[in-house]
Design a protein around this ligand. Sequence first.
Ligand code: MLT
Length: 391
Amino acid sequence: MVRLASRMDTLPPYLFAALDERRRAVEARGVEVISLGIGDPDLPAPPVVIETVQREAARAANHRYPRYDGLPAFRAAVAAYYGRRFGVSLDRDREVLTVIGSKEGLAHLLWAYVEAGDVVLAPDPSYPVYDAHTGLAGGEVYPLPLTEERGFLPDLKAIPEDVLRRAKLLFINYPNNPTGAVADRAFLQEAVELCRRHDILLVSDAAYIEMTLEGERAPSVLEIPGAKDVAIEFYSLSKPFNMTGFRLGAAVGNAQAIAALGRIKNNSDSGQWNAVQYAGAAALEQDPEAFFAGMNQVYRARRDKLCLGLRELGWDVPMPKATFYVWAKAPGGDDQAFASRLLEAGVVVVPGSGYGKYGKGYVRVCLTVSEEDIERVLTRLRDLTPSPFAN
Ligand code: MLT
């Protein structure tokens, strides 16, 4: 066998790929499994998305390579949407780039900036892609603990000066995966100021920015005056428009970072299919607010059913104000053991240690199943003997 590159030694299997494998093993034993694992919406994309893809799929012009920097119509729709939604003005050609989902964009951005000896400031717990590609690119993650006491906001003032001197990038992600926490403008302002002072690129992963469950809308980091000098934001169509399978997002903000990401991408992929980009443009142009409000209402009802049901069982879970994730302490304290026990009973939840050291002892429970399936989950958990929820 050919020896793998040594960089593979530190690359763990992707959290959700590993979970899928374990789920399939349980299903092979005849257990019917309900997944509250990956954040993959169960409801369809808006009709305008489906109609547009169908129409554009039939046009031969769309069977060819897309433009490297993305379809102008999609980039223009993103720029117009940022203007309407956040009051942020973006130059479609210099400050917006199509990405094949934020995951791709986030991963490739790290290759443009990080090399041996560089530090990347990343929340812990967080989306595993930040850590994985920092490591592959030879950099080192300095974890910023997200704790309940601080409302799952990192303490930026606690980062030592010598770490700030070596830091190239600071990741923030609000509304937050996996904790469901929200950040206010004051926090975003503090992050922008820190990055301006220390010449750090601020990377805002805004995958859940449309998913607030109590009415208040989440701000974009680009709303902060001067943010564009230091910040790039990833807007994703995956979760808010139920489009995870389409793979579509946009990087917006600092023109130098956009150009650098574009150069890495041109050398690694050939862009997203034009039919999908036309569909994304249509989704953003056609009153997305109403669609988001409807989806957030669905998730709010599911959240209430699940959280109240779990509390009745004796599991004291908090109710998230945003995202479709419930982040709760694992009964018994061992997140891996608890998640394994639930999987054996036909329920997938994600062990928090998969998101970093500070995720240990928590599990993430996702709201992407119907209220009927939530009832079935509650029944399965109620039937566990001995009950893991008994004190
Ligand atoms: C999640 O469930 O945290 C992510 O959406 C999964 C992913 O992007 O791979």
